[in-house]
Ligand binder design. Structure first.
Ligand SMILES: [Zn+2]
Length: 881
């Protein structure tokens, strides 16, 4: 474990290293406790660098066994070797030389899951961001691009399969039960994209013919016996390869593309060149074990990692400050892929819900940072929703501003100009400026400035003058270390809607530049005047969520009801209804705090009923619309003095009111949606299941609800329905005989399938109420649970702390105390996972005072623990600052 050195890395300190490593030859002799790694590096001094410049290589907990330069031993006086650094004090005078380094590592004991480790007897690697330095000493930074040749030696019995990046050169027997394979990757790459896998794995094989007619061998490797569970992932891979050719003109470049699924993995997946390594959760699926959400995630993540081959691998990042260059862009690409494969409107709503749930709280709290940060202490903590999701929104805005054709021309130029480069955000913006002839310097603030901009908007209609005016004012709230903000360029898509939902015409507009239904907000204040407007329109704002901003709109409830029925923009129509629900929940929250029974307008329930039954809307869309805003979403909109119990009560009351008003209609619809055909994971079938399960959630609060959910559970023919019914029983009818029986049945059926048991942990960890902290504590001793496995930790501890508002924020602080203890326990094995968990308290200052004090105590108890890792200390100190 790397303890904190307190060192802060700053963007402005970037400079190229004095040395390059054009060639890297690695030999691994694998053994669980003592793997020998021999690195033969071709080192090249840069032009103009003095021959006396020392060569300083990164390490992390390494043991040096041998070191030679050009075949001769290096004298101890000429080098400085510590576990974390290797300095060649006097490199040879020649500009190019060969450096041989031998290190020894112990993969079996590597619980941090960075570098070379073992997962269920399979050797595998994770090198992003700085894991390669746990394997050998190296210039472990993304701007050092090297051509890798890798030789792997292992006992055939222990590891019949030997994989690395690129194409296989040869393989053979070494005697005494050992064998070897050699791999060569012709594309220069940074060390974070290096990968090795060795073990006994089953293979699903297929192939893909690229647009230029080359055949690529595809392999997905999984635990033996699970090959048939990789079929959907393979199908998603082939669709991704085809889509990238059509949508971006990008063809795959090697002869093989392999994916390996491992069960112990810190992240979702990793895009190593030609050898992606996946968390098995994002590969393995069938109807019996995976939900529709799992299928959609597999499709999206397979696509994401594949798309990195161009956006990340062929063009990589100059330094880690540029992480969004590969991540934001690649998330945008995978979102577009999913939108094309499924429903664009439904996908967009889901993206925005995710952005608001994960990125907005980050942007509005102590961990706020720009999409391209300027400083970090631990880069592992910057794999955030801001870099990924907001980074994707910024790319989407570029397309909105330039139009699809110019955007595509800009992307073509990006690939042409920067192939083989370690690039920067400036390079990326420049291609769009060059293609469009526009100045994007004000727009670029989206990369440089943290915080969610707010637009305050009001409108007036002057019938005599036939003039409609929108008054728009922008502000960006202060964020840590950025108190003053500059004005942003915000593309605000809008529509003026008249009677019957028809667009309202206007003859002219002044006060802002308006193109193709987009107002370009650039100043603090705009008075946008539309002339020739005869009737007062309802105004639909931020259509399609054209900019990741918050809106404060003075709008009559009548207009919201009108838009929720008539807006022709599917996103904005959803938004109008969602805003009505949120407003009702916030009023109810205030009534509850004031000791009153909350009441809801009958027309809100009526509207819910009409959306549910509207056959012109896709079932998936209706399901999303009927899903009430989450407790955390409501808390974020309230902003301060949060009492999670009152929010929960308000939300339950609204669910009961809507369900009661629509009981017969919901019941009839629920029955009509029952699956009659064989299971298919396609979007339309998944949408019907989603709507039916959403209706079940409402009906469960009605008389006979527990029995209905129990029948749903027992008759389920797929995991989507089974898990949904189990959640409804556990959450709505906690402690009932039906709930207890269903939980036990689920455990009996799936007890030996860890990925399915994650759902069982998740459902129990999210049961609302003060008793859940005790349940979660007991479950940490369940035989299927392990503190060493990131998926288990995330499903039980992560769900409890980030998705259980009433349980985690228990009034007496017990949730926080359990949490602090557990984070420290996880940290001993895996600092990265612990740091991620710890972000659950990032919004602690918005709580009411008593909970706030208890949350602070818990944070301090983590901060004061001894030998804290750099990862965890960074998060906790920033959260407390
Ligand atoms: Zn990525």
């Amino acid at each position: 474990m790397r303890t904190d050195t307190g060192q802060v890395f700053k963007l402005e300190d970037y400079r190229p290293n004095d040395y390059l490593i054009p060639q890297t030859n690695l030999t691994f002799r694998l053994s669980p406790d003592a793997t020998r790694v021999t690195a033969l590096l071709t080192i090249e001094r840069r032009d103009g660098v003095s021959a006396s410049a020392p060569l300083v290589l990164d390490g992390d907990g390494l043991t040096l066994k041998r070191i030679e330069i050009d075949g001769k031993k290096v004298k101890p006086a000429d080098l400085l070797a510590t576990p974390d650094q290797l300095t060649i004090l006097k490199p040879p005078a020649a500009r190019r030389f060969q450096l041989l380094i031998e290190t020894e590592v112990a993969p079996a004991g590597n619980e941090a899951l960075m570098g070379l480790y073992r997962s269920s007897h399979v050797y595998c690697t994770q090198c992003e961001a700085e894991g390669f330095r746990r394997i050998t000493y190296f210039l472990d930074r993304p701007d050092i691009l090297s051509v890798y040749t890798v030789r792997i030696e292992a006992l055939r019995e222990e590891a019949p399969l030997l994989l690395s990046n690129g194409n296989r050169l040869d393989s053979g027997d070494l005697g005494d039960g050992w064998h070897y394979a050699r791999w060569h990757d012709p594309f220069p790459k940074p060390s974070y994209l290096f990968a090795l896998v060795a073990g006994n794995l089953g293979q699903l094989a297929d192939s893909f013919v690229t647009q230029s007619g080359r055949t690529v061998e595809l392999g997905i490797y999984v635990e033996p016996g699970k090959e048939k569970l990789a079929g959907y992932a393979m199908d998603a891979l082939k669709r991704s390869m085809k889509w990238d050719e059509e949508a971006f003109g990008r063809e795959y470049d090697l002869d093989v593309f392999n994916i390996v699924a491992v069960s112990d993995f810190n992240m979702g997946a990793m895009e190593n060149k030609g050898l992606n390594i996946f968390n098995d959760k994002y590969v393995l699926a069938d109807q019996e074990t995976a939900t529709d959400a799992d299928f959609a995630n597999i499709e999206a993540i397979i696509a994401h990692e594949y798309f990195h081959n161009w956006t990340g691998n062929r063009i990589t990042c100059r330094d880690w400050f540029q992480l969004c260059l590969k991540e934001g862009l690649t998330v945008f690409r995978d979102h577009e892929f999913s939108a094309d494969q499924r429903s664009r409107a439904v996908k967009r709503i889901a993206e925005v819900r995710t952005l608001r749930a994960h990125q907005f709280p980050e942007d509005q709290g102590p961990l706020a940072h720009p999409v391209r940060p300027r400083r970090y202490r631990e880069i592992n903590n910057f794999y955030t929703a801001t870099v990924y999701e907001k980074g994707s929104e910024v790319v989407r805005m570029i397309r909105t501003i330039l139009g699809a054709d110019v955007f595509r021309a800009g992307m073509d130029l990006y690939f042409e100009r920067h192939d083989g480069d370690a690039a920067t955000i400036e390079d990326f913006i420049k291609v769009f400026e060059d293609t469009s002839g526009r100045d994007l310097s004000q727009f670029a603030l989206w990369y440089h400035q943290a915080g969610t901009p707010n637009l305050t908007i009001s409108s007036t209609h002057n019938p005599a003058a036939q003039e409609f005016t929108l008054e728009i004012e922008q502000s960006v709230p202060p964020t840590p270390s950025e108190s003053r903000k500059r004005l942003m360029h915000i593309p605000l898509a809008f529509g003026l809607i008249g009677a019957g939902g028809k667009p309202v015409a206007y003859s002219g507009v002044e006060g802002a530049s308006v193109e193709d239904g987009v107002i370009h907000v650039r100043k603090r204040r705009h008075m946008v005047r539309f002339s020739g407007v005869t009737e007062r329109p309802a105004v639909s704002l931020n259509r399609g969520f054209s900019a990741p901003v918050t809106l404060s709109v003075e709008q009559k409830a009548d207009d919201q009801f009108f838009l929720a029925r008539h807006d022709s923009d599917a996103f904005s129509r959803w938004q109008a209804f969602n805003t009505l629900l949120t407003d009702a929940l916030i009023s109810a929250f205030r009534e509850i705090l004031g000791g009153k029974q909350p009441g809801f307008a009958a027309r809100l329930s009526e509207l819910a009923g009409s959306i549910a039954g509207d056959e012109t809307l896709e079932p998936a869309y209706r399901a999303l619309a009927l899903a009430l805003p989450g407790e955390a979403d409501i808390a974020r909109d309230i902003g301060r003095n949060i009492d999670p119990d009152a929010i929960y009560t308000a939300r339950e009351a609204l669910a009961l009111a809507i369900g009661t008003a629509n009981r017969d209609a919901f019941s009839g619809l629920y029955l009509s949606l029952a699956d009659r055909e064989a299971f298919s994971p396609d979007a339309a079938s998944a949408g019907r299941r989603a709507l039916r399960n959403t209706l079940l959630d409402y009906l469960a609060l009605q008389p006979g609800g527990a029995a209905l959910a129990a029948r749903h559970f027992q008759s389920a023919t797929n995991m989507t329905d089974r898990a949904a019914a189990l959640a409804v029983l556990a959450h709505r009818h906690h402690g009932s005989p039906e709930a207890i029986e269903a939980l036990a049945a689920f455990e009996t059926i799936y007890g030996s399938d860890p990925l399915v048991m994650d759902k069982w942990f998740q459902i129990q960890a999210s049961v609302p109420g003060p008793q859940t902290v005790d349940t979660v504590r007991v479950l940490t001793s369940h035989p299927a649970f392990s503190m060493g496995n990131p998926n288990r930790v995330r499903s039980l501890i992560g769900t409890f702390s980030s998705a259980n508002q009433t349980g985690f924020h228990r009034a007496d602080g017990e949730g926080y105390r359990f949490f602090a203890q557990t984070v420290l326990e996880v940290e001993k094995r895996n600092p990265q996972v612990a740091a991620r968990l710890a972000t659950a308290l990032r919004s602690w200052r918005s709580l009411e005072p008593s909970r706030q004090a208890k949350a602070r105590e818990a944070l301090l108890s983590i901060a004061n623990a001894e030998n804290l890792s750099a990862d965890l200390r960074d998060i906790v100190e920033r959260t407390l600052a």
